[in-house]
Design a protein around this ligand. Structure first.
Ligand SMILES: *[C@@H]1O[C@H](CO)[C@@H](O)[C@H](O)[C@H]1NC(C)=O
Ligand SMILES: *[C@@H]1O[C@H](CO)[C@@H](O)[C@H](O)[C@H]1NC(C)=O
Ligand SMILES: *[C@@H]1O[C@H](CO)[C@@H](O)[C@H](O)[C@H]1NC(C)=O
Ligand SMILES: *[C@@H]1O[C@H](CO)[C@@H](O)[C@H](O)[C@H]1NC(C)=O
Ligand SMILES: *[C@@H]1O[C@H](CO)[C@@H](O)[C@H](O)[C@H]1NC(C)=O
Ligand SMILES: [Zn+2]
Length: 551
């Protein structure tokens, strides 16, 4: 290694001894005709359900049969109650929120599970999405079992605790509540939501106006939250399906994405932890490449990976789409370790770290790539943490790139446990501008070695109610413990409509602790336009740092 390739290779205190085996999936039926990439609405699921029955059934008989199948399953209002009950029972490690509404106006509820729900942390986020297809209801039931199990076992079971403490887990039990209540695959407009996403090969679903509200909600959600990986749950088969789902020539072929190995690994985590998925005769090891199974276009999985750096699997969790409700608990037992291990693999495996600038420790939302893999993920904007899933037991060259900085790379042999690599990038000397706070004020030398390495306002964004703007101020300090006081001097108040959490002239104090390796950062939401004073103090010493956030 050249000496110029300075990097920090830090091993997390979490030392994982065992590697979790895993897997993945997709969900759906065999489309034998993709002509013009028109989705084959509804028919496929009926074929699956009644393959051995007759098609002479009247519509009424058909619905009666479906109603009977749904006995014992949660209705949409039952589901909403269950989600709220979960949140009530488990409110210190969860929050619930809706990402939008279905065509018929049913809220798309999400449960977030974390020791700091709703906060940004330097941690990976995972999402589970159930009931993409209205007539595949097992997933939504399993996801409620999962949420409740984690709630009941936090601080008791190591896996539950690991997930709550180190991952932000977001669970959308039903993406298609209308399809569920109508007992059909598509949504209320009869659109198959797993064909409604923009496609990489064909110009379909590119028209914003005709996109379904459920699809839009998912797409907006990914703008808000930086997910490392995810899985959607389907029924009608038993397999973990991974990208690509589509092929350029529309032929049924193994069509690997750049991260084929990582995806095979993740899919295997699921299948091997499952009761019997890996014993499949149809799918070796219980996993399949989507296009090798049958190509689909406009699917959610490929879109996640292509547009948001999110490694998504499509999990087919039961051959029977409507098993008798009395079997749901058993199905949960079959899938429990798979679901937990899949989420935990975001912490237990892969390469993780943060990227800083060498001059003042500012976090850099850099790009992280691996030599030989044509795919880039982005470090998060707030903390510049990145989480790169990779197949274990291989040698990788990891490269961090940031405009205005010199790229750095390092070679590692990734074991079965997670590895942490932090990068410290040097600014290119000629680079000017673009950074908001680059004066030497940011340095905060003191005799006690307390140093403000950074004070970073985030780009302002509009709040929901349009009342103002939020800033996150992040402090990076190199001392072990101290107090931070944020205050907004009244004289500097320039906002016409200061509202909400923090008015000008108010102060909040926080006690906090830091270490050199994991610099402390505390956040403040300022819903107004002001000058911010940040006071950082250690016992016996006080420092004042003033920064005008509104430039
Ligand atoms: C597929 O369906 C289209 C109409 O939707 C039809 O024109 C075409 O012949 C079909 N192709 C096959 C192979 O069945
Ligand atoms: C949540 O509450 C439980 C029970 O009071 C407690 O054991 C646990 O530490 C709390 N967790 C967090 C993250 O505050
Ligand atoms: C898995 O077990 C279930 C329940 O016993 C059974 O119906 C299914 O056929 C099994 N699948 C495989 C692949 O062994
Ligand atoms: C899909 O269906 C067609 C026609 O029914 C069949 O020939 C083909 O083998 C099926 N493919 C898979 C992967 O099941
Ligand atoms: C890398 O992937 C991009 C699409 O993301 C593609 O345009 C480009 O041709 C690929 N490069 C190589 C060398 O395969
Ligand atoms: Zn499905």
């Amino acid at each position: 290694m050249k000496p110029s390739m300075i990097f920090h290779l830090l091993f997390l205190s979490l030392n994982f001894s065992s590697l979790f085996l895993s897997s993945n999936a997709r969900g759906g039926f065999n489309h034998s005709n993709h002509s013009g990439y028109v989705y084959n609405n509804y028919g496929g699921s009926v074929r699956q359900l009644y393959a051995e029955n007759n098609f002479q059934m009247s519509v009424e008989e058909h619905f009666q049969k479906l109603e009977k199948l749904a006995q014992g399953y949660m209705s949409n209002s039952d589901l909403e109650k269950a989600i709220k009950a979960f949140n009530g029972r488990c409110n210190n490690i969860s929050r619930i929120y809706s990402i939008g509404k279905s065509v018929l106006g049913v809220p798309l509820w999400v449960m977030e599970i974390s020791d700091r729900p709703g906060e940004k942390e330097a941690e990976p986020a995972f999402k589970f999405i159930g009931n993409v297809h209205g007539d595949e209801p097992v997933g939504r039931e399993l996801l409620l079992f999962l949420a409740n199990w984690i709630c009941d076992n936090y601080m008791k079971d190591p896996l539950a605790t690991l997930i709550v403490d180190n991952v932000h887990l977001h669970i959308l039990p039903s993406m298609n509540p209308d399809g569920y209540s109508l007992r059909k695959r598509g949504n209320a407009h009869n659109i198959d939501l797993n064909r409604d996403f923009p496609d990489q090969f064909f110009p379909m679903n590119d028209d914003l106006d005709s996109r379904q509200p459920e699809t839009k909600a998912i797409m907006n959600w990914l703008e808000e939250i930086h997910f490392t990986a995810s899985a959607s749950l389907h029924g009608g088969a038993l397999v973990a399906n991974y990208p690509w789902d589509g092929t350029e020539d529309r032929k049924k072929n193994y069509y690997p994405c750049p991260d084929d190995e990582a995806f095979r690994f993740l899919a295997s985590v699921y299948s091997k932890s499952h009761y019997n998925m890996s014993l499949s005769k149809e799918f070796p090891e219980g996993i399949t490449n989507g296009a090798f199974w049958y190509p689909i276009y406009g699917g959610m999985q490929d879109w996640n990976y292509i547009h948001h750096g999110c490694f998504e699997l499509t999990l087919e969790v039961s051959d029977n789409k409507w098993p008798h409700a009395s079997e749901l608990l058993t199905l949960w037992e079959y899938n429990k370790m798979s679901m937990l291990n899949l989420v935990a693999s975001l912490v237990k495996t892969g390469i993780h770290g943060r990227v800083f600038s060498s001059d003042r420790g500012r976090p850099l939302p850099a790009s992280i790539s691996i030599r030989g893999i044509n795919y880039t993920i982005a470090a998060s904007k707030t903390y510049a943490d990145y989480h790169r899933l990779l197949a274990p037991s291989e040698k990788y060259e990891v490269i961090a790139t940031m405009p205005g900085y010199r790229s750095k790379s390092t070679c590692i042999v990734l074991g079965e446990a997670a590895t942490t690599i932090d990068f410290v990038l040097d600014p290119e000397t000629t680079h000017l501008g673009s950074q908001l706070l680059v004066d030497s004020d940011c340095y905060f030398e003191s005799k006690t070695s307390l140093k403000v390495l950074e004070l970073l306002p985030r780009v302002p964004f509009r709040t929901f109610n349009n009342l103002g703007f939020n800033f996150d101020i992040s402090l990076l300090l190199n001392e072990q413990e101290g107090n931070i006081k944020f205050s907004i001097p009244k004289t500097e108040h320039r906002a016409k409509t200061a509202r909400c959490c923090m008015r000008c002239g108010t102060q909040i104090e926080m006690k906090t602790s830091w270490t050199q390796v994991n610099p402390g950062r505390r956040f403040l939401s300022v819903n107004t336009v002001c000058k911010i004073e940040v006071v950082v103090s250690l016992p016996g010493v006080a420092h004042l740092y003033v920064q005008d956030l509104w430039r």
